[in-house]
Design a protein around this ligand. Sequence first.
Ligand code: KIV
Length: 256
Amino acid sequence: MNKIKKIISKKNKTKIVSLTAYSKNVASILDNYCDLILVGDSLGSVLYNYKSTREVTLNTIIKHSKSVRMGIKKSLMIVDMPYNTYRTPKEALKNAKQIMKKTKCDGVKLEGGKKNYKTIKTLVKNKIPVMGHLGLLPQSDKTFKFKGKKKLERDSILRDSQLLEKAGVFSIVLECIETSLAKLVSQNITVPTIGIGASKYCDGQILVFDDLIGLNPMNYKFVKKYANIRKYISKAVFNYSREVRKIKFPSKKNSF
Ligand code: KIV
């Protein structure tokens, strides 16, 4: 836990920088700039074209996490617990232990509030650092609309954040929630909040890496594309295909 507190704390003057990674090469680049790298179950839609993150299995997340581990030297590495792997404290403990042991990650993340209270307490008691996740919860959400418009919803997210803190999480991801609610939650708990579509008032930010570099052709309101990597890849592949067809590649230089 000390390593975690050293790297991400509310007391830090600068915001916490986090991104997702699903493989070694990407992780090794992100490691130079990020405080925290998440092996998110978003890999289900990003890599496997699954309709929902619910299809991601424990084996799949462990396989990708092992690859990511090889690329990280200094950042925290957190792994998402897939759907149906933490329905009871006992099930969560067994699966979280497996994730920690096989991937050598620094902690796990799981979605939801009140219903996970006992589970989180159990994991923390067993020395497994836990990151919470509130707001839009992709494993269970039906509408995929931002949260925090209605009073009932706002109260429940605020209450859940305080419960998660009490249960012992080291941080909470806030996904797609209204700005003033993100501010209120961030000001009312002592653990850092990491936002995705949750305003500048969170203690840090996270994005899906493929969205940030523009590899994902979709546009989302909460994403800023910092590169148009599809353009660069297209250019490189176009040049390669032209040279292969014109028998310019491989040249002497590339031959034995
Ligand atoms: O699965 C994921 O990538 C996530 C982030 C979007 C926070 O949970």
